[in-house]
Design a protein around this ligand. Structure first.
Ligand code: AMP
Length: 597
């Protein structure tokens, strides 16, 4: 029953008392954005007043924004690395944070080829937990009845390492799933998972995935939502089903558990579930044996109302594949977070992926925004002023700069966000991209979103051949003269007898080039400093091998994102050894000195 009386929220009527409190909290925070931000900064600065870092910049105990902004520099990871290294080496003095550093969170962002190490403190777990606790109350506003079933979420931990000084270093989600906050979470009828904790917490990724899939299959009629952290994780689960359905169906038919599951805590946790179910085994066999994955999620889990998975940013390229596997179920992107800090949530989670905006919660940290200007503006305005959270302007793009309770001060996250509107006085942001340059041969600089757009444009051409690009990456090949862009494609050809011809794929190369920025096209056409773009079509499963390789080198399944550019030789060798065909642009893209628009 909706509790309207205790719901002063403009978000909508809460589904239950607990939700009403959460929505009220969101309202309170977002109505007082600037005040909350001021308070958060003062708290952080007073808590950390005695740290070496703040003393180095002579903050002298000041907690106001003006002094902070005038004395503390805006920094990148590389600037902080010497301090972080000292902490990693065992220096327990208050360098960045007055509270002891409880562990390092290993970001998927790297520095000098290694994962960045983000120091964190115990209290941050509470803050993360708080943000998680807001997600379902918002979702319940849009999808009724989620208390009548369960969520099938594919969640994984990853093994952890220790720094020379003995601190744990692990991905933020591993830290969270292993915490009591997660393990001993109180029962919430709106947030029941099919996966037992023992399966999520199993360090062996096969056993973890197998068990989570098995539990999801047994409880198929109860499943109301299917998810993973990122889209790539959900696709990996579907691929797992495609490969292992026979074994899973056998276990279900016999009510046994594969001998490959050796983890005794898992065996114990699922023992109550294992009952012979021939009908279910037959259904799985019928649905999976033909290899047809069209709408497989909806066929196996018919009551699924939505997919809970991040498909914004670099994950946007998975949208067509997920639509295919799910029979076009809605995709909810619920939150925006990082190892450094959890930022905020999507207050309209059933919006189309292209319309997703995240509301940064002002209580999570102190947020500043570096205007992200065109390069000509940057030259004119070499030190742009950072803008506060409450002062950003709709339509403008900014780079996110954070100050956290754990001791990062004015740290550039590297994410570029565009303001799309406000909820109360809290701005909402579309995630644009992570700031980076993917490819460069000459003076050209192609970033991730440009490459993504080029692949999308080219793959339009593949539609009539019932083919889509399921994965891609790129490589700046400078061994040829002039150098050229190499784009590796893994294709999903639904009907191999109707697949795209050599000519079509050559044409795709040209469409990609047409989609590149004018500097690229100028180099290509006028300067001849870039050679024709090449597409290399690789065998199915190649990108999974790439992921396996990354995981074997310490990447986390939860956080793994396909690198959109590869230059590490073993990776390019792996890709090249899986090439089925190569294709080149046979013409030059259009370029004139005039701007196109
Ligand atoms: P990590 O530090 O490995 O946890 O990665 C955090 C980064 O992942 C963020 O800084 C973003 O670049 C990206 N990310 C996290 N959440 C989202 C989201 N909802 N949409 C797009 N990108 C995201």
């Amino acid at each position: 029953m909706a509790i309207e009386s205790c719901n002063p929220s403009s978000l909508g009527p809460a589904a239950c008392e607990k939700d009403a409190k959460a929505l009220q909290f969101i309202e309170e925070m977002t109505r007082n954005t600037d005040m909350v931000q001021e308070k958060v900064l003062a708290e952080i600065l007073s808590q950390n007043a005695e740290t070496e870092y703040l003393q180095r910049y002579e903050l002298d105990g000041a907690t106001d924004r003006d002094t902070f902004k005038s004395k503390i520099p805006v920094v990148t990871y590389e600037d902080l690395q010497p301090d972080i290294q000292r902490i990693a080496n065992g220096d327990r003095s208050p360098i960045l944070s007055a509270h002891p550093i409880s562990e390092f969170l290993t970001s998927s962002g790297t520095s000098a080829g290694e994962r960045k190490l983000m120091p964190t403190i115990r209290a941050e777990l509470d803050r993360r937990q708080l943000l998680y606790s807001l997600l379902m109350p918002v979702m319940n506003l849009y999808v009724p009845g989620l208390n009548m079933g369960k969520g099938l979420y594919f969640l994984f931990i990853k093994s952890e390492t220790k720094t020379p000084g003995g601190l744990l270093a692990r991905p933020v989600l591993t830290s969270y799933y292993k915490s009591d906050h997660f393990k001993t979470r109180p029962y919430d009828p709106y947030n029941v998972y099919t996966s037992p904790n023992e399966a999520i917490l199993c360090p062996d990724s096969f056993q973890s995935m197998y068990t989570q899939m098995l539990c999801g299959l047994y409880q198929r009629m109860e499943v109301l939502r299917v998810g993973a952290v990122f889209a790539s994780g959900l696709l990996r689960a579907i691929r797992f089903l495609q490969i292992h359905w026979e074994e899973l169906a056998h276990d279900i038919a016999t009510g046994t558990l594969s001998h490959k599951i050796t983890d005794s805590s898992i065996r114990e946790a699922v023992s109550g579930l294992l009952k012979p179910n021939h009908q279910l085994a037959q259904l799985i066999t019928n649905e999976c044996s033909g290899g047809n994955l069209d709408g497989i999620i909806k066929r196996i889990w018919p009551n699924t109302k939505y997919l809970d998975v991040i498909v914004t940013g670099a994950m946007a390229q998975y949208i067509p594949t997920l639509e295919y596997y799910s029979g076009s179920l809605p995709m909810a992107c619920t939150m925006y977070a990082s190892s450094e800090c959890y930022f905020g949530l999507n207050l309209n989670p059933m919006s189309k992926p292209s319309d997703v905006s995240y509301t940064i919660m002002p209580n999570m940290g102190y947020f500043e925004f570096l205007p992200h200007e065109s390069s000509s503006d940057q030259i004119r305005n070499s030190t742009p002023r950072l803008v506060d959270l409450a002062d950003v302007e709709v339509g403008k793009q900014y780079e996110l700069v954070i100050t956290t309770y754990a001791g990062l001060c004015r740290y550039r996250v590297g994410d570029i966000l565009r303001v799309t509107g406000f909820h109360n006085s809290a701005p909402q942001f579309k995630f644009i991209r992570r700031k980076n340059v993917l490819l460069s041969i000459d003076s050209d600089k192609t970033d991730e979103s440009e490459l993504q757009k080029a692949v999308e444009n080219a793959s339009e051409l593949l539609r009539e051949f019932d083919t889509s690009v399921v994965e891609y990456t790129s490589y700046a090949d400078t061994k040829t003269i002039p150098g050229h862009y190499v784009i590796y494609w893994e294709l999903l050809v639904k009907d191999p007898s109707k697949g795209p011809s050599q000519e079509v794929l050559n044409q795709c190369c040209l469409i990609m080039e047409e989609s590149m920025n004018s500097v690229y096209r100028q180099c290509r056409v006028a300067d001849n400093s870039i050679g024709p773009l090449e597409i290399r079509v690789v065998k199915n499963g190649t990108f999974e091998e790439l992921m396996d390789y990354a995981i074997s080198r310490g990447a986390s399944i939860n956080q793994y994102k396909v690198p959109r550019c590869v230059n590490f030789t073993p990776i390019t060798e792996l890709l090249d050894s899986r090439v089925l065909s190569t294709h080149f642009s046979l013409a030059c893209p259009k370029w004139t000195p005039e701007r196109r628009r």
